[in-house]
Design a protein around this ligand. Sequence first.
Ligand code: CTP
Ligand code: CA
Length: 229
Amino acid sequence: AQGVLTPQRLAGRRILITAGPTREAVDPVRFISNRSSGRMGFAIAAAAQRMGAQVTLVHGPCGIPPPRGVLPVAVESAEQMLAAVQVAWPQSDAAIMSAAVSDYRPLQVAPQKLKKEAQGGQQIQWSLTENPDILAYAGANKQPGQWLVGFAAETEKLLQHGTEKRRRKGCDLLVVNDVSRQDIGFDATHNEVMVLGPGEDAVESWARCRKDEIAQQLMERLAACMETA
Ligand code: CTP
Ligand code: CA
């Protein structure tokens, strides 16, 4: 019935989505992560699927079931997420990278559980190393006709930071989240975003609404971009 009533604006399009947090192992039982719920990315995957797209959803540990009809690829670390994206991106018409990728990971992963006793009650220091930037990888390896959508989490100077981030990562559209607010964004049901691009000066401010409504609007926006090409 869906195909009869809903125009399948993304029919035949292959869309890659990243979602959720990553986990960076410290030792066999511990990890560094963040508060991302994966809800925004899962809602985007569901919207794209409803609009007829063939969706690959590369996601970190979220604890919510992937939407029906999408191909889920479960990963843990940023490096695993990059490896999955390296496979899927060349075969995709568009990608939306909403994952909250951990910026750093422990330089070394302890092969055995770290023991307090070995520290003798002293402070411990961990060395962290920067993770690969998955969105920037996709931007640097974008083929003509491919569309790339990034997200930005900012607490200040949203427009300035968003504009710089869009340029730096080579994405067509960038969705800017204000993560200084508790009522929206990270680990929340609602969001209020700014959408930059595809033109240099194109800026839209979207009213606060549920993440599934933002997801639907974003996929309509992307579909419109893809239709112009
Ligand atoms: N991103 C990514 N790989 C990373 C870090 C971020 O793919 N290692 C992606 C996110 O999925 C998001 C975008 O890059 O689409 C922006 O993430 P954000 O954390 O806002 O920006 P960073 O480039 O990490 O910069 P900073 O956290 O310092 O603001
Ligand atoms: Ca970051």
